[in-house]
Design a protein around this ligand. Structure first.
Ligand code: AMP
Length: 282
């Protein structure tokens, strides 16, 4: 396993793999690893000869009043976990390496970047698409692995890859949850015991919608209301959005004849948490 802190080192490693005819998978992360991240590594290992995982807390995707400074940084533990999973390259650049002074070029997926989390977090998705396109240019992976947990992010990255003809196959992997249903997230570390308990309403709200849908309720307003109503059980949790959208356009849907994404974001204490589920027509 090689830890690459510089772009040149990482690129040399990935080019050497290419010369040997080996396929390369990329798993971009911000570290503070959990089973969700490791599931992406396992998928990458299953589908590619070699795996590169990046650890980079990307300042460009944090707003001025967000948790960039406090975001958990656990590099030694992350290196250990990636090593155990058989990752071949860890790419862990500094902020200066990724954004040298004078960097003024951004990648924006217009329109989509203002939906869902993009509305509450202006500039967030521009930060994501800029860093992911840089990672694609540096690592030149054959496949890149992302989590359905960040559903809008996956949609936006797939659109960017299509629009810019980036030669990478985007693979989206299922959400990994704690046994009680809470979606795994590095930000769960911010929760105290009581907040951890309250945070369950997020997943319960999605389950409520799924249940109503399975029982035959197909009116969007009624489904959204069923989801939002669950939040009454945890008044300290502040709902950011609860929407049912088209998974490709991220626009609210007005019927459920096709797959629809139920997406939720809520503040629990200092943590802003997201989760989602897909409603599939019968
Ligand atoms: P992050 O470190 O939060 O930027 O996440 C890195 C990657 O891991 C992204 O593609 C996320 O969608 C994915 N990820 C985060 N949490 C989960 C989870 N609970 N299940 C599956 N993938 C996840």
């Amino acid at each position: 396993m090689r830890v690459c802190h510089s772009i040149d080192e990482m690129r040399a490693g990935s080019r050497a793999a290419g010369r040997e005819g080996k396929s390369l998978g990329l798993v971009p992360t911000m570290g503070a690893l959990h089973e969700g991240h490791l599931s992406l590594v396992r998928a990458a290992k299953a589908q590619c000869d070699l795996v590169a995982a990046s650890i980079f807390v990307n300042p460009l995707q944090f707003g001025p009043s967000e948790d960039l400074a406090k975001y958990p940084r656990t590099f030694d533990r992350d290196r250990e976990l990636f090593t155990q999973e058989g990752v071949d390259f860890i790419f862990a650049p500094s902020v200066e390496e990724m954004y040298p002074a004078g960097a003024v070029t951004y990648v924006t997926v217009e329109g989509l970047s203002d939906k869902l989390c993009g509305r509450t977090r202006p500039g967030h998705f521009r930060g994501v698409t800029t860093v992911v396109s840089k990672l694609f240019n540096i690592v030149e992976p054959d496949r890149a692995f992302f989590g359905q947990k960040d559903a809008a992010q996956s949609t936006i990255i797939r659109r960017m890859v299509r629009d810019l003809n980036i030669p990478v196959q985007v693979v989206v992997c299922p959400i990994v949850r704690e046994p009680d249903g809470l979606a795994m997230s590095s930000r769960n570390a911010y929760l105290d015991a009581q907040q951890r308990e309250s945070a369950l309403v997020i997943n319960h709200s999605l389950r409520a919608v799924q249940e109503r849908f399975d029982q035959g309720e197909h009116k969007i307003d009624a489904l959204i209301e069923a989801g939002i109503r669950v939040f009454v059980q945890a008044p300290s949790v502040r709902l950011d959005y609860f929407e049912i959208v088209d998974p490709e356009t991220l626009d609210p849907v007005d019927d459920l004849s096709r797959a629809a994404l139920v997406a939720v974001a809520a503040f629990v204490g200092k943590a802003r948490l997201i989760d989602n589920t897909l409603l599939m027509p019968a």
